[in-house]
Design a protein around this ligand. Structure first.
Ligand code: UDP
Ligand code: MG
Length: 330
């Protein structure tokens, strides 16, 4: 629901950022005041267990133009982001992290590019990945190389720091899938994208919310929602084993025909093990896709909103707010 009076909405998903909310607000307000005087800032609290919501409440009370959306529990960054996108009213929406790893100093340039060119997506591209652990860095490289091969979208340097024109936002909100991968879906939409490079600074405070299980889940979810190649690889492996089976079968048959006893108990054990693991791996891959289909067909909302601030007539109060889909669907 765009509003002609609001030029820009800034959506910031936060999870256990505590007083970091104040730091972000202090950092984004000056560039916004200068370049987009009519703006709103939306903090989406993704079920924080600390005092994040108390800080959001405080800034919503103190300032006009700051809004808060509180989800009932931790639904994950992408779901929080979608909840924010669905509530944003600006003609464009700027999406950024709440840990100051997306430098607010880029905001004026992003707005300027959007206004001058009318392009649907202005995105900040990572020149380096900041001070990440070696394992994290290697994992990220493997993930993006695979994603690039599988989906054809080069996302290696891509970040979630993006300015989306209303057309792009509406298009994103029309997507019905529950498994969301923001960067991938923005690339998938195919709109023209202008890119601005930036270096990732250190986190202002707190720690990255990515744990290994969360990363692993994100990895499989992103791959399976963008490519069916792993499924085709199973067919390929099956074909290879068929050829192998034919050759080996012929050999065994000829030996039997010539009256030779078939030898090679070790070979049999080895073959059993190889085929057994391959079968189970293949079942696992099919299972991953099945799980995705299961999640999608349930059509559950992506997140549930507990409370929105400020409580004004234009926004339903918490008690009246039916649990809505992040896309605004009942
Ligand atoms: N975040 C969130 N929900 C989560 C995890 C993270 O809303 O379940 C927010 C977090 O508060 C931050 C942004 O998403 O504003 C980026 O998270 P983080 O810094 O942990 O990711 P990284 O920068 O390490 O990729
Ligand atoms: Mg971060």
């Amino acid at each position: 629901m765009p509003s002609p009076s609001i030029l820009l909405s800034v959506v910031i998903p936060v999870y256990n950022e505590g007083a970091g909310v104040l730091d972000v607000l202090r950092a984004v307000e000056p560039p916004l005041r200068a370049c987009a005087p009519s703006h709103e800032i939306l903090f989406v609290d993704d079920g924080s267990q600390d005092d994040t919501w108390a800080f959001i409440r405080q800034v919503c009370d103190d300032r006009t133009g700051v809004r808060g959306i509180r989800l009932t529990r931790n639904f994950g960054k992408e779901a929080a982001l979608w909840a924010g996108l669905a509530q944003a009213r600006g003609q464009a929406v700027l999406v950024m992290d709440g840990d100051l790893q997306h430098p607010p100093a880029l905001i004026p340039r992003m707005i300027e590019l959007w206004q001058q060119t009318g392009v649907e997506v202005v995105e900040a591209i990572k020149m380096d990945r900041g001070n990440e652990k070696l394992l994290h860095r290697l994992g990220a490289r493997a993930f993006y190389t695979l994603m690039n091969r599988l989906s054809g979208f080069g996302l290696e340097r891509s970040s979630d720091f993006k300015l989306l024109d209303r057309r792009a936002v509406d298009q994103l909100l029309r997507l019905e899938e529950r498994n969301l991968f923001f960067r991938g879906l923005v690339a998938w939409m195919g709109f023209e994208r202008l890119q601005i490079p930036f270096s990732v600074p250190e986190r202002a405070q707190g720690r990255s919310k990515w744990s290994f299980p969360k990363l692993a889940a994100f990895f499989t979810r992103s791959i399976t929602s963008f490519s069916t190649l792993p499924l085709q690889l199973i067919t390929l492996a099956g074909l290879l084993f068929l050829v192998f089976a034919l050759v080996l079968g012929t050999k065994v048959f000829v030996q039997w025909w010539m009256g030779q006893a078939v030898e090679g108990f070790t070979t049999v054990i080895l073959l059993l093990e190889i085929i057994g693991s391959l079968l189970m791996l293949s079942l696992g891959v099919i299972g991953l896709y099945l799980a995705r289909i299961y999640e999608e067909v349930k059509r559950r909302p992506r997140s549930v909103i507990r409370e929105t601030l400020p409580r004004s007539p234009s926004l339903p109060a918490a008690s009246e707010a039916a649990p809505t889909d992040a896309a605004g669907l009942p």
